[in-house]
Ligand binder design. Structure first.
Ligand SMILES: C[S@@+](CC[C@H](N)C(=O)[O-])C[C@H]1O[C@@H](n2cnc3c(N)ncnc32)[C@H](O)[C@@H]1O
Length: 383
């Protein structure tokens, strides 16, 4: 059933399919402002002239494909400008783009993106934990690729970034802009006998990180250089819609087969974690969850403070907020008052943190809650 304008736009798109042809022409067939996220892995323009040899004279499997050949930097730049123009046009006003490349092309691509009005938000170094050695020993081993994350314009106010989800997955540490991920190998690498199906198949872990961080289930992700279909496989797993564009039939066939074998992850594993909405300590008084004159205790009951009608605390003539007074009593430079103070709940007989009462307040006010607290309460209720 179609309900919203977003659904109508999505229904008109060739979602979960691969368009065959030149990406600039194919993108022209997509409506303005219809795509949530673009992931692009364009040709590198490596300009390889000689065959690369190992010290034992065996031939290195380098990127010498026909699709990576451009006559000159000017031709490469003109092509880059054309596809980026189309990519920018099809992005929603809240959309964003990720582009990956090597030192051969990423600096040209980045400059053209800025010229076209994109606003760069981060560059990420994909640090390859198992890079190909520098066989001739005349340069540093080339152990990373660079990804650029950009929004459509400087003025664009909102874009998707599931900050809380990825931080939680990183054991509550902010995710940095250097990502250690091995190159695609083993059973993930598509092969035709001993030969690789695609010379530059990207690891699913890399694209998964991007889709988890910058899109939600149901979003439409466009990949104009689809290759072996890595973006499609990850999108299907994470229940995003994909649109792939690719010129070569054999890659399209391999990608189609690959995606058909992917099992989508269950719905409940894909919910993004959003920051709980703010509730002030005063709101607990407004909602009668705490009354003026009531005492708040430190967890070990070593001290108690009286709640004033204005929401401040009073401890033996010392006044302050839940955070300030908590820090004074704990002799710390600062503290989170929500985790510091506890109350006796006379109805349930429990000794609970005021953070628990804050969650009740969020519920009463119809605000977004703290998913970790909700999970804790659920498991407690089951016991
Ligand atoms: C760097 S590879 C992408 C690899 C892909 N990310 C993967 O994981 O398999 C670039 C791909 O873009 C395709 N390509 C190059 N120029 C194109 C164009 N103008 N239109 C559509 N596809 C193009 C090539 O055939 C190649 O498969």
């Amino acid at each position: 059933m179609i309900n919203t304008i977003t659904d109508v736009v999505t229904a008109a798109l060739p979602i979960n399919s691969i368009l065959q042809g030149d990406c600039v022409e194919c993108m022209k067939s997509l409506p303005d402002g219809s795509i949530d996220l673009v992931f692009a892995d364009p040709p590198y323009n490596m300009q390889l002239s000689d065959q690369l040899m190992r010290p034992d004279h065996s031939i290195v499997d380098a990127v010498d494909d026909e699709w990576d050949q451009f006559e000159s930097f000017e031709v490469y730049d003109a092509f880059t400008r054309s596809w980026l123009t189309q990519a920018r046009r099809v992005l929603k006003p809240t959309g964003a783009i990720w582009v990956i490349g090597t030192y051969h092309n990423i600096h040209r691509v980045g400059a053209i993106m800025q010229d076209l009005g994109f606003w760069l938000m981060n560059d990420v170094a994909w640090v390859k934990s198992n890079p190909m050695p520098q066989f001739r020993g005349v340069r540093f081993c080339n152990a990373h690729e660079t990804l650029i994350w950009a929004k459509r314009s400087r003025e664009q106010r909102s874009y998707k970034f599931n900050y809380q989800s990825i931080k939680a997955g990183n054991e509550d540490l902010q995710v940095r802009s250097d990502w250690n991920i091995p190159i695609c190998s083993g059973s993930e690498r598509l092969r035709n006998g001993p030969d690789k199906v695609h010379s530059t198949q990207k690891p699913e872990a890399l694209i998964s990180r991007i889709l988890v961080a910058c899109s939600d289930a149901g979003d439409v992700v466009l990949d104009p250089f689809f290759g072996s279909g890595t973006t499609g496989a990850v999108a299907r797993k994470l229940q995003r819609h994909y649109i792939g564009i690719e010129r070569e039939t054999h890659y399209i066939e391999a990608g189609t087969e690959r995606i058909s074998q992917v099992e989508p992850a269950p719905d409940e594993s894909l919910m993004p974690i959003n920051k709980p909405q703010r509730v002030s300590f005063n709101a607990l008084l407004d909602l009668d969850l705490i009354q003026p004159g009531q005492f708040l205790w430190l967890e070990d009951r070593s001290a108690k403070a009286l709640v004033r009608a204005d929401g401040a605390l009073n401890y033996n003539g010392m006044f302050g907020s839940i955070h300030r007074l908590g820090a004074e009593l704990l002799k710390k430079p600062s503290c989170n008052g929500w985790d510091t103070w506890f109350v006796d709940n006379h109805t349930t007989g429990e000794f609970v943190s005021i953070d628990d009462l804050r969650e009740d307040a969020r519920k009463l006010l119809g605000l977004r809650g703290n998913v970790f607290m909700a999970a804790k309460r659920k498991s407690k209720a089951k016991q």
